[in-house]
Design a protein around this ligand. Structure first.
Ligand SMILES: NC(=O)c1ccc[n+]([C@@H]2O[C@H](COP(=O)([O-])OP(=O)(O)OC[C@H]3O[C@@H](n4cnc5c(N)ncnc54)[C@H](O)[C@@H]3O)[C@@H](O)[C@H]2O)c1
Length: 440
């Protein structure tokens, strides 16, 4: 039987795994399958990434090049832009981007394109798993639909699952192997194959009843974060008016041993997931005449935070009889969160855009981001990170802390700056010069 043959190939680690989309999600999977001695074919449309990977080089800071080099030496891994080679893979895992369009609608072109690539070579005995975050129904409505033209029967000839990626870049406590993985299949046999595949590389696999349920799991996880972050952001705004330190309140509330999980306020949402994924669900909900009010409200509060930060900067300068216009403002950290080299959807970009529009003279310092590149919505590609030296800090009107990287010496930053606006409470341990700190 086709299913049994594939199960046997997977269990004996003789199956070839194809990973489509070799980014933050795809590459860790390549490495993990590599550790378990699978042969892996990596597919990407970006020829430069493919060239680097084949040379054993990584372009993601927390993924060491040596591990890729090792897989190249053992001849277990090859990257390619030639999608006709998808036929060589027994299991195909899709990790392509799922951004939003300018109107904040799901942009599924990457999944659609991938489906069109796969369908050209789809054959009996292949398992396809979608990992990209998306709304419930995508696996059925896009992939299953596209694959119908082959005449192959799902659950019999080939197998289809959805398994959401869970990653927390920069978190040293968990690894791909130890983060439990949810999987849902189009049919029970699809689920069995998906469970078997992921069980080879992940300690705990959690089956759910359908691909839709699995798709919804990921959205619930991210919406939960977005709503809770919005809640503390709102309380921060109230706290500022009431002269209550919301960080102190959160720390004290966190001592409750049950029923409370701390979330922290900040300059706005960042990263590839939390600012984007909830809109996938609110968009889909409209098809069901349903308005997802929590998502909308959280979105409103969180997207207003960069404006609030700019307002606080303006007030702090005003206190010193200055304006944003012509003020020198150094952004401290532009990554979307601490200790990562990722600027996607970083609130720092929106803040820079707002400050620039008001005439600020901007610079930034971020050891993780040596240079900024053109992004979908922002273009600060003329800017490079400046070295954080005393004379650089002294020459600024405002030092604006947007990312609380662990490596920054906050006492020295405060010692050498005239005015610090801190959006992350990164200066909480600073003892000297607190009068120069404004929290936003
Ligand atoms: N980064 C995270 O922490 C994270 C966590 C959970 C889920 N996700 C989800 O995983 C998916 C991938 O995210 P990512 O962070 O790895 O993105 P990424 O941008 O780091 O990587 C995506 C890769 O896909 C490639 N690509 C684009 N179109 C392609 C195509 N048609 N065929 C082959 N390759 C293509 C790009 O060149 C890029 O290398 C998204 O849906 C995202 O929401 C990301």
């Amino acid at each position: 039987m086709i299913k049994d043959e594939l199960l046997e190939k997977i269990r004996s680690h003789r199956a070839t795994v194809g990973v489509i989309g070799l980014g933050y999600v795809g590459l860790p999977l390549v490495l993990r399958f590599g550790e378990e001695k699978f042969s892996i074919l990596g597919f990407d449309v970006d020829g430069e990434k493919v060239r680097k990977l084949n040379a054993g080089q990584s372009y993601i800071r927390h993924i060491p090049g040596e591990r890729l080099q090792h897989l190249r030496e053992t001849k277990q891994f090859e990257a390619t832009t030639d999608f006709s080679r998808l036929a060589e893979a027994d299991a195909i895992i899709i990790c392509v981007p799922t951004p939003l369009t300018a109107k904040k609608d799901p942009d599924l072109q990457y999944i659609e394109k991938t489906g069109e690539f796969i369908v050209k070579t789809l054959r009996k005995g292949q398992l396809v798993s979608l990992e990209s975050t998306t709304y419930p129904g995508t696996t059925d409505e896009i992939l299953l639909e596209t694959f119908k033209s082959t005449g192959l029967k799902v659950g019999q000839d080939y197998f289809l699952v959805f398994s959401p990626e869970r990653e927390d870049p920069g978190n040293a406590k968990f690894s791909t192997r130890t983060i439990p993985k949810v999987v849902g299949g189009t049919t029970p046999d699809c689920l069995e194959l998906g469970k078997t595949l992921y069980s080879q590389i992940i300690d705990r696999v959690i089956p759910v009843s359908s691909t839709r349920a699995a798709e919804m799991v990921k959205l619930l996880e991210n919406i939960y974060r977005s709503v809770n972050i919005a809640l503390v952001n709102e309380l921060k705004l109230l706290g500022e008016r009431m002269s209550i330190d919301v960080w102190e309140v959160i720390d004290a509330a966190s001592t409750k041993p049950f029923g409370y999980t701390p979330f922290y306020p900040g300059p706005g949402l960042g990263g590839h997931c939390i600012p984007i994924d909830p809109f996938y669900l609110s968009w889909k909900a409209k098809e069901y005449d349903f308005s997802t009010r929590f998502i909308q409200l959280a979105g409103e509060i969180n997207t207003s935070m960069p404006h609030h930060v700019v307002e606080r900067v303006s007030e702090a300068l005003n206190e010193r009889a200055k304006s944003i216009k012509d003020s020198k403002i150094l952004m401290l950290g532009v990554a979307y969160k601490k200790d990562v080299d990722d600027v996607r959807e970083s609130p720092a970009m929106e803040i820079m855009e707002l400050l620039q529009a008001r005439g600020a003279v901007l610079s930034y310092s971020d050891p993780y981001i040596p240079k900024l590149h053109k992004m979908r919505n922002y273009d600060f590609s003329h800017m490079s990170s400046v070295e954080l030296k005393a004379d650089v800090l002294k020459s600024q009107d405002v030092v604006l802390i947007t990312t609380d990287h662990t490596g920054f010496d906050y006492q020295s930053i405060v010692d050498n700056s005239g005015l610090i606006v801190d959006t992350r409470n990164a200066t909480r341990q600073v003892t000297r010069g607190r009068e120069k700190i404004v929290r936003a």
